[in-house]
Design a protein around this ligand. Structure first.
Ligand code: CA
Length: 435
């Protein structure tokens, strides 16, 4: 049931007959992420390879996926859910077939060049990769939880449940949008002056949250939880996720039931889903528990997961204001962090979600929560970076930011690097704030 074996698809020496893949920072032949794209009014499934997209239906119809008949029907869909629902073995065999077909030395590859199976990414519009029925957001960075806790409770930043249970809430699936979709500043109820009634109007403390999204594959029936050791079979892959957050609305509404309108107006995800198979070389040891932090309870413990259940994904956030773009100034990187700094592993998050019997379904999306590290420049949102606006940041244009202004574009990137392996990336997650 493990996704996590290394095989010939991870060989760093592999090259593709798609030339751009051999220079591409994110999408070499060792990655092969899945997505859905639209070209000439038609929506189709594809795999990113360099600057191009492999059209999966065209590839199948050209006879290049004859080795994986069990995957053929799922490729006709407009979204990845049916592919995500396939057994792990079928998904892995599809990855192997695609890898072989795209290799420089592949005889099928030579044939494929003439069969019109490639679409240039520049000619396609990426859409949401799956029909997302349910979206849940976690809070898995202890550094983020501690920083936010310090602002609210300086003497007691971390609540006592934090080190025992993966904290999360059910989010809103209908407002998830793909990278590039503009995000309108939400209006809501806020109360800055405790002596006056609340007011309703545009948020004045709009923020982003740097997160990674986990797409569910497989899934479990209602009432049938699974152990951590089997969590890999229920994970399809990952994307970048921006959990846009209106801090002033959040502050007033969050007690006692947690986030609501402060976060349900938009969530942006990157369009390419990087599979757990592609991430296998980048598995690493989870964050070590510090003195006073308990070991996880038995239902969240698995020896293999404790050894290398974290994912070594480097993450960064850049910001570009409208003024910077008009001056031709490149976006300014404002933070960088690592997914391996989470307190809980992806397998623990997924296992916990289903532990009470909740049925996870292919295409469900689970956010990790803001990925912050211990360092000041590893804080994954403006609330932390500017310490609630008290330590503003200055952009190359001379503009100052406490929270996001209209016209600001937030750009998230993620990638994996390790000696002995080819670098792969998650691509980009972008969104511009509209008034
Ligand atoms: Ca969040």
């Amino acid at each position: 049931l493990s996704h996590y074996h290394l095989d010939d698809t991870h060989d760093p020496a592999l090259q593709s007959w798609v030339d751009s893949a051999n220079r591409h920072p994110d999408f070499p032949i060792q990655n092969l992420p899945f997505g859905a794209f639209r070209v000439e009014g038609e929506q189709k499934l594809g795999v990113a390879i360099g600057d191009a997209i492999v059209d999966l239906v065209a590839t199948r119809d050209a006879g290049l996926l004859d080795a994986v008949p069990e995957c053929h029907a799922a490729l006709d869909a407009a979204v990845l859910n049916e592919l995500m629902a396939l057994p792990l073995t079928a998904r892995s065999r599809l990855r192997s077939a695609l890898s072989r077909m795209l290799r420089t030395e592949s005889p099928e590859g030579i044939e494929a060049r003439h069969d019109g199976i490639l679409v240039q990414q520049a000619d396609a519009d990426m859409v949401l990769p799956a029909r997302i029925s349910d979206y849940t957001d976690f809070y898995a960075s202890i550094f983020h939880a501690t920083n936010v806790g310090k602002m609210l409770r300086p003497d007691n930043p971390l609540l006592p449940n934090y080190t025992w249970i993966p904290i999360g809430y059910h989010g809103r699936a209908s407002s998830i949008v793909p990278s590039g979709a503009p995000v309108r500043r939400p209006s809501g109820q806020t109360r800055d002056d405790a002596a006056a009634p609340p007011i309703f109007g545009p948020s004045r403390r709009l923020d982003y949250e740097l997160e990674v999204g986990l797409f569910i594959g497989g899934g479990n029936p209602l009432g049938a939880p699974f152990p951590v050791a089997e969590a890999g079979a229920h994970l399809f892959g990952v994307c970048l996720l921006n959990d846009w957050s209106a801090r002033d609305i959040q502050t007033w509404e969050y007690q006692p039931l947690g986030p609501f309108l402060a976060k349900n107006f938009a969530t942006t995800i990157s369009p390419w889903v990087v599979t757990m198979e592609a991430l296998a070389p980048f598995r690493t040891a989870p964050l070590a528990r510090r003195p006073g932090e308990p070991p996880p309870l038995a239902y969240l413990t698995d020896a293999d997961d404790q050894e290398h259940g974290a994912l070594g994904v480097s993450l960064e956030v850049s910001l570009s204001s409208a003024a910077m773009r008009s001056q031709g100034v490149v976006p300014q990187r404002i933070s960088q962090s690592s997914l391996s700094d989470l307190f809980w592993t992806p397998a623990q998050i997924v296992t916990h979600h289903a532990s009470g019997g909740c049925n996870l379904q292919p295409g469900d999306l689970l956010g990790t929560g803001t990925v912050s590290g211990e360092a000041k420049d590893a804080r994954g949102c403006l609330l932390e970076l500017t310490w609630r606006g008290t330590e503003p940041i200055t952009l190359p244009s001379g503009e100052v930011r406490r929270f996001l202004e209209d016209g600001d574009e937030v750009i998230m990137r993620g990638w994996c690097e390790r000696d002995g392996f080819r670098r792969i990336g998650l691509g980009e997650c972008r969104g511009v704030i509209l008034p």
